[in-house]
Write a protein that binds this ligand. Structure first.
Ligand SMILES: Cc1cc2nc3c(=O)[nH]c(=O)nc-3n(C[C@H](O)[C@H](O)[C@H](O)COP(=O)(O)OP(=O)(O)OC[C@H]3O[C@@H](n4cnc5c(N)ncnc54)[C@H](O)[C@@H]3O)c2cc1C
Length: 381
């Protein structure tokens, strides 16, 4: 195979964003490898489409704000249309601790220029009239958060990457990374050896395996997450926001006239199991009906499971790995990889070109694991 300047492993939304940004920065010959016959069939194709900026860490808020600005101009930038509905995210808070935590978050978010409001329970019900607010203490609402089509985003990045010269090889799996004198020399693929001095790991839940090829112990773990959808419901409008019942963890948004319901099972063991556990539906229904009693009448249409790529502190891992020159990471998004793909792609591409991770993003760098001083992202759904 003809040598490449940069090889990106993984054709999900993150790898495609990295590849697009690399090509835009003039990084030379960029080749993206995807082992499946189609793009975006991994975690990207299983996700809920949520786009939010209400995080607990400043770095994550900054990445979110940049990503939302990109998505708001997606068609102008990439040439592809994007279904992006900015209906907001409503976080419902039922304990004094959560209320205090979100109030402090809001002050930090507002200081970064993000419009987030603290609401009383009545104001939350003004936004979503079917809510049961009897046990709530408050809520936060960010009107520029919203929902996006993961397929539009993935295909938009792919089209723009190709237009800027990226070569996307489907049904081409990476099978190993060849190192010489401690640095990246080539990627071995199912179609042969591909010489390169830079490889970006964008393998989603499979990132740990790819990093191991370069001798790097990357703490990114796959963990199953479920989603169920209902048939159309009379109270659901196209302006229905994402509702997050923070105390139970249930999140709900409009989906084809019905509702999409999701919940992270905190007891789920790490692993690659993506089978739907229909017994888990009960665990979602109970808190969902408590919060929106009208859901009692809902009929379940379908359900699926996909994999989060979790890190111990629920923060992504971006940029170079000091012990393995030539290896760059775009991994570990812990449930927010779609919403962070635009800015994370830009940050990782810049790190490949510049050789270092930009100032201000240290809490998302690989070295934090050795230092061990990064607080975990607390607003994980
Ligand atoms: C149920 C669920 C709900 C979610 N909801 C949201 C949400 O609302 N908002 C949000 O922002 N995020 C959400 N996420 C998380 C989001 O889906 C992921 O963080 C994001 O899709 C990660 O993208 P990726 O490109 O890194 O990974 P993937 O989409 O998994 O892409 C990785 C690609 O790498 C390929 N690959 C792996 N190994 C190799 C190899 N050796 N050679 C070649 N190719 C390889 C795979 O085939 C795959 O296509 C959700 C996830 C799940 C499971």
């Amino acid at each position: 195979m003809k040598p490449a300047d940069v090889v990106v492993i993984g054709g999900g939304v993150v790898g495609l964003s990295v590849a697009y940004h690399l090509a835009k920065r003039g990084a030379g010959r960029v080749v993206l490898l995807e082992r499946e016959p189609f793009l975006g069939t991994g975690s990207t194709g299983k996700c809920a489409g949520g786009i939010r900026q209400q995080f607990s860490s400043e770095a994550n808020v900054r990445v979110s704000i940049e990503s939302v600005a990109f998505l708001a101009h997606f068609e102008e930038i990439t040439g592809s249309p994007l279904d992006f509905q900015q209906n907001g995210y409503l976080f419902l808070l039922a304990t004094p601790e959560h209320l205090a935590h979100f109030k402090a978050n809001m002050e930090m978010q507002n200081s970064l220029g993000l419009e987030v409001q603290l609401l009383d329970p009545g104001q939350a019900r003004d936004i979503v009239p079917v809510l049961n607010v009897s046990d709530l203490l408050g809520a936060t609402f960010c009107p520029t958060d919203g929902l996006v089509s993961p397929n539009d985003m993935t295909m938009g990045f792919a089209g723009a990457a190709r237009a800027h010269g990226v070569e996307i090889l489907l049904e081409t799996g990476a099978t190993g990374i060849e190192m010489e004198s401690g640095r990246v020399k080539a990627v071995h693929t199912s179609r042969g050896r591909l010489e390169t001095r830079a490889v970006v790991n964008a393998a989603g839940p499979h990132a740990r395996v790819v990093a191991e090829w370069a001798g790097v112990d990357l703490p990114v773990y796959p963990v199953r997450r479920h989603i169920f959808t209902t048939r159309p419901l009379p109270f659901v409008s196209v302006r229905f926001p994402m509702v997050v019942d923070f105390v139970s963890g249930v999140y709900m948004h409009q989906e084809s006239g019905g509702m999409l319901l999701g919940l992270a099972d905190k007891d789920e063991p790490y692993g690659f199991n993506e089978e739907v556990n229909w017994d888990f539906l009960e665990r979602i229904i109970e808190p969902a009906v408590h919060r929106i009693p009208a859901l009692e009448q809902a009929e379940i249409l379908t359900g699926w499971a996909g994999l989060y790529e979790d890190t111990p502190d629920h923060n992504a891992v971006l940029g170079p790995v000091p012990g393995a020159p030539g290896l760059f990471l775009a991994n570990g998004f812990s449930g927010h990889g779609l919403m962070h793909a635009p800015a994370a792609g830009r940050i990782v591409a810049d790190s490949v070109v510049n050789g270092f991770l930009e100032v201000g993003m240290e809490t998302l760098g690989f070295e934090r694991f050795a230092l061990g001083n990064v607080p975990a992202e607390a607003n994980v759904i």
